[in-house]
Design a protein around this ligand. Structure first.
Ligand code: KIV
Length: 290
């Protein structure tokens, strides 16, 4: 019998590599707190990402740039507490891996020390030194190529990447170089489907697509997008499986209506006194003798 405690996670990085080898699609979503992580885990997704999308999805920012390490750790810790079976990854927020190797290792290491099994960071060839340093420090890294939201201003907005010959070839090159630097997987965001398929064919590590067509080893969507929790028309690459915003709004409005009509709370939602105490409570008068 082994004395090595088994991982509480049913899905590990070797599991993902095995799934990709066997052509079994990898399912990844985001979670930012205990309830969303519990739902994602109960749905048996393979990977939960505590994404820096927490900035726009939960914290009301316009983009992910204001998200800090402190915010990420706060949300990661909430997800860790539900002890997910899924592989748990944390996104390195803007400026947490741009200021030098030591700082980057300390930040990525902080995620691992709190229970993440790996980190994700954005960017191509220029990230190679930091990826190598993290891998050297035993920190598994998922790369992120294509539309990288932290480069929002450099890209001139959230625009599909890799549509020109130069752009497409640069992504193919970057994918090779990130693999060679030690990334265990690549997230491909906002690139043409044919390009994502070609990246997937030419690397040995799994690719996870978002807005990158069906030819990847797996797919990721933001939790709130899959469940239709964000009002308004979703982006082209999203398919919502529930009008979550409408369903939750209607349920809450039903409760509000019943509070206003007096229908809530009723006996089943109330605590009742024992008969003997009922009489004493009823007979009591303010300022009266007890
Ligand atoms: O932060 C995030 O939600 C992401 C998505 C691309 C999954 O990185």
């Amino acid at each position: 019998m082994s004395h090595v405690p088994e991982s509480r996670h049913a899905v590990t990085i070797p599991t993902l590599l095995q799934m990709a080898r066997e052509g079994r699609p990898i399912v990844m979503t985001t979670a930012y707190d205990a309830p969303t992580a519990r739902i994602a885990d109960a749905a048996e997704v393979d990977v939960i990402l505590v994404g820096d999308s927490v900035g726009n999805v939960c914290l009301g920012f316009e983009n992910t740039l204001p998200v800090s390490m402190a915010m990420m750790l706060h949300h990661l810790e909430a997800v860790v507490r539900i002890r997910p079976r899924a592989l748990l990854l944390a996104d390195m927020p803007y400026l947490s891996y741009h200021l030098g190797m030591e700082d980057s290792i300390r930040n990525a290491g902080a995620f691992l020390q709190r229970g993440a099994q790996g980190v994700k960071l954005e960017g191509g060839a220029r990230r190679i030194p930091v990826i190598r340093a993290l891998v050297e420090a035993e920190i598994p890294v998922m790369g992120h190529l294509g539309l990288t939201p932290q480069s929002l201003h450099a890209m001139g907005g959230y625009k599909v990447q890799g549509r020109t010959e130069g752009g497409a070839l640069a992504i193919l090159e970057d994918a090779q170089r990130l693999q060679d630097s030690g990334c265990f997987a690549l997230l491909l965001e906002g690139i043409p489907a044919e390009l994502a398929r070609r990246v997937t064919e030419t690397v040995e590590i799994p690719t996870i697509g978002i807005g990158a067509g069906p030819g990847c080893s797996g797919q990721v969507l933001v939790f709130h997008d899959v469940l239709g929790l964000i009002p308004g028309p979703p982006p082209k690459f999203v398919r919502a499986y529930l009008d979550g915003f409408g369903a939750l709004r209607d349920a809450l409005a039903s409760w509000a209506g019943e509070v206003r009509s007096g229908a809530f709370p009723a006996a089943p939602e109330s605590y009742l006194l024992p008969k003997a105490v009922q009489k004493a409570v009823q007979d009591w008068r303010p300022g009266g003798e007890s």
